[in-house]
Design a protein around this ligand. Structure first.
Ligand code: NI
Length: 197
């Protein structure tokens, strides 16, 4: 086999790997299929979708009100990051809390909870199917965990814990993890807003 021939065979094989790899990669990362949409009920009882907010940017966290530690910590952090921003930037952002425990988190339960963090934090709940659809569209997951031997049906909810920052067109601009500090989040959000037309 000449060198040139060998080269074209190798190119052909690489092409196969690349073509075969793209859909697989997309399937694994999942990001191509995430739409960041929802239809839910807010803590005042109004039906809301991702399009129903005046502010062009959103900060979104998924959790549940009876979560003992992680949800309050992350919501507190989201609130602190938001409050670190200049008021001109705050006005561009709608903070949202979406319940992964819609059966217990009624609008009334949510309305008492969101006030603990920010006056303009909106709580969102709905039917279990609506909550599940919202989670899927963000790539978030949750599952009920029942205490062993518990006869009362008490449960907690295991769930992914990310803070999503979305911009105009419902595009994901940043995704923060539990180890990111409020200061880091605020700097990143301020930078993104400053560099957006
Ligand atoms: Ni939690």
């Amino acid at each position: 086999m000449s060198l040139r021939r060998l080269f074209s065979v190798l190119l052909f094989l690489c092409g196969l790997v690349v073509l075969g790899g793209v859909p697989l990669y997309r399937g694994l990362s999942g990001s191509a299929s995430l739409s960041y949409r929802f239809t839910l009920v807010d803590h005042t009882g109004l039906v809301r979708s991702e399009k129903d907010f005046a502010a062009p940017w959103k900060l979104v966290y998924f959790g549940f009100t009876s979560c003992p530690v992680i949800c309050p910590t992350e919501l507190q952090k989201m609130a602190q990051a938001y409050l670190r921003l200049p008021e001109t930037q705050q006005r561009l952002i709608q903070p949202l809390f979406i319940s992964v425990d819609p059966e217990r988190d009624t609008p009334e339960v949510l309305s008492n909870y969101v006030d603990l963090f920010l006056p303009n934090l909106i709580g969102l709940t709905g039917t279990p199917a609506q909550s599940a659809a919202a989670q899927r569209s963000y790539g978030a997951t949750s599952r009920k965990v029942f205490a062993e031997g518990d006869q009362r049906g008490e449960y907690t909810v295991d769930h992914t814990s990310f803070i999503y920052f979305l911009g105009p067109g419902n595009r994901l601009a940043a995704q923060f993890k539990p180890s990111d500090s409020a200061a880091f989040m605020a700097r990143r959000i301020a930078d993104i807003l400053a560099s957006s037309p």
